[in-house]
Design a protein around this ligand. Sequence first.
Ligand SMILES: CC(C)(COP(=O)(O)OP(=O)(O)OC[C@H]1O[C@@H](n2cnc3c(N)ncnc32)[C@H](O)[C@@H]1OP(=O)(O)O)[C@@H](O)C(=O)NCCC(=O)NCCS
Length: 180
Amino acid sequence: MTIDIHSLVFSKLSDDTDVSSFACSDSKDLEDFLRCDAKIRQQEKISTTYIVHSGTDLVGFFSLSMGCITSDSVKKMSLEIEDPPNKYPALLLARMATKDGLRSQGIGREMLKHVFAMAFRLTGQIGCRFVKVDAKRDPQTIRFYENYGGFIKITQNSDTVQMVVDLNKIGDEENSVNDR
Ligand SMILES: CC(C)(COP(=O)(O)OP(=O)(O)OC[C@H]1O[C@@H](n2cnc3c(N)ncnc32)[C@H](O)[C@@H]1OP(=O)(O)O)[C@@H](O)C(=O)NCCC(=O)NCCS
């Protein structure tokens, strides 16, 4: 199936959203999250999930939460902050996936654009210096965040790599996602 990325429709997950068709066979945890947990997590105010439709087909989703990063983990970045805090506020991109069979058509980049747009909107209301993701330790996934979102690696453990974008370094929301 070929996707027209200009016709993608973004909305917030609601109780009525039919999520049963979403398949993500290489990351079953993400498929299970959307199908089983996302609505509950939203009611609990743990994460808020945004879904992407192409026509009637649910083609992608991402979930956001508040987060923070320690100043230690970003000490190598030149933040030019006087009297730095121990922790920095960050928007956490907690989960993101494109449906099986629809990868590499730009849906992921469109989702990142929405994440950054939301981060910039937030910064007008509350402190939020970074966007953060705990990326799977998979070279393709890491490349996606580096190339298309401008994320940089800061720490890693056995399963994930913590990656961040400094919102003060990327100008405005129009130019925050690379369309290469
Ligand atoms: C990562 C992901 C959301 C990107 O979505 P997408 O719609 O394919 O993104 P785009 O089309 O905008 O960009 C494609 C790029 O993503 C990267 N990519 C990462 N994982 C990929 C995958 N499993 N399949 C294809 N491309 C992938 C490739 O570098 C690709 O670049 P290329 O097309 O130049 O080769 C999607 O691949 C996915 O759902 N992966 C499985 C779940 C996952 O790993 N989520 C992230 C958890 S941290």
